[in-house]
Design a protein around this ligand. Structure first.
Ligand SMILES: Cc1cc2nc3c(=O)[nH]c(=O)nc-3n(C[C@H](O)[C@H](O)[C@H](O)COP(=O)(O)O)c2cc1C
Length: 296
């Protein structure tokens, strides 16, 4: 275990630990304008949603290595409006190019080839290619430090209008994660793509028995993982003794009992391995009925 006190390191060194471990981070592709109407477009992964009533987004430009405030921050202080455009995989290289240190006044929409569409309620344009775009009013700008490199300004935004590509929705009107194809920022030059095998579902838990109520030989299994135990702990109650007996009598586990008897295998291990398979298929009740054979 490495234990680190941030004050023992240079800020930039501790930054590397944080961006490597706190991720994937969504990317706010922020379009802003200055007082003369010049447009700017830059990505920020110090970003997230912090509430939905009112809908609240926060992102944070840092003070750059020369000690200067970034153009996005200067702009929102002049014109307190921003479109937060969401970035998907198809946009990643152009978005990255937009992060280069272009001079103030350079319009990154033109530099990196994105299409500017007028917003409905605010002055900065949005990115047509973004699967989702949030028009926002800046509510507060809060500095986190003393304007030294790496300190940041939290830009707290309220969404006043939003635009979504039709293609991101499934037939029930929900956003389909496969279709939106989001990306996230990791440490160093790494990104990740929320697509294919990277996506998985976890059923929302009801109040379950909890891992502490799982019988110790199961809870301390060397075969079952923390994720397996999480699924087992999410059931409302342990299976009834009658159900455990009926499951055994149904014969579905005969092959395991034979293997234990004839092959001199350790029965609890066989049961745990079978339960693990069942849990991988989200058959949690069957996994419990299997595991409880050891206690019947
Ligand atoms: C994916 C990505 C995420 C970034 N996240 C941040 C961030 O959260 N804060 C920040 O200050 N800079 C971040 N940057 C760097 C800025 O985009 C970069 O400094 C840019 O030049 C700022 O533009 P501006 O001065 O026009 O506002 C990020 C760059 C990339 C590619």
């Amino acid at each position: 275990m490495k234990t680190v006190n941030p004050t023992d390191l240079q800020p930039a060194e501790f930054y590397r630990y944080m961006i490597g471990t706190i991720g994937p981070r969504p990317i706010a592709f922020a379009s802003t304008i200055d007082a003369s109407g010049q447009v700017n477009l830059s990505p920020f992964s110090f970003f997230n949603v912090f509430g939905y009533n009112p809908p609240t987004l926060v992102f944070a430009p840092t003070i750059n290595r020369h000690g200067h405030q970034k153009h996005t921050l200067l702009n929102v202080k002049e014109v307190g409006e921003v479109v937060i455009n969401i970035v998907n995989y198809a946009m990643v290289e152009q978005m990255s190019l937009a992060s280069a240190e272009f001079d103030r006044g350079v319009n990154e929409f033109e530099k990196v080839g994105f299409t500017a569409v007028p917003s409905t309620k605010i002055r900065p344009p949005r990115v047509a290619e973004s699967p989702a775009a949030y028009e926002c009013i800046v509510k507060q700008v809060i500095p986190t430090g003393t304007n030294s490199p790496g300190s940041s300004h939290l830009i707290i935004c309220e969404v006043v209008m939003a635009h979504f590509h039709d293609a991101i929705f499934d037939e029930t009107g929900l956003v389909n994660p496969h279709q939106i194809d989001l990306i996230g920022r990791m440490g160093a030059d790494w990104y990740c793509r929320a697509q294919g095998n990277a996506l998985f579902e976890v059923a929302r838990p009801k109040i379950g028995i909890g891992i502490d109520q799982i019988p110790a030989p199961i809870r301390n299994s060397s075969i079952l993982s923390g994720n397996d135990l999480g699924k087992l702990g999410s059931v409302a109650s342990l299976p009834a003794a009658d159900d455990v007996k009926a499951f055994r009598e149904s014969g579905v586990l005969n092959e395991l009992f034979d293997e234990a008897r004839n092959g001199c295998q350790y029965l609890p291990d066989l049961l745990h391995l079978r339960a693990k398979q069942l849990l991988a298929e989200n058959k949690v009740q069957y996994a419990w009925l299997t595991l409880m054979q050891e206690h019947s």
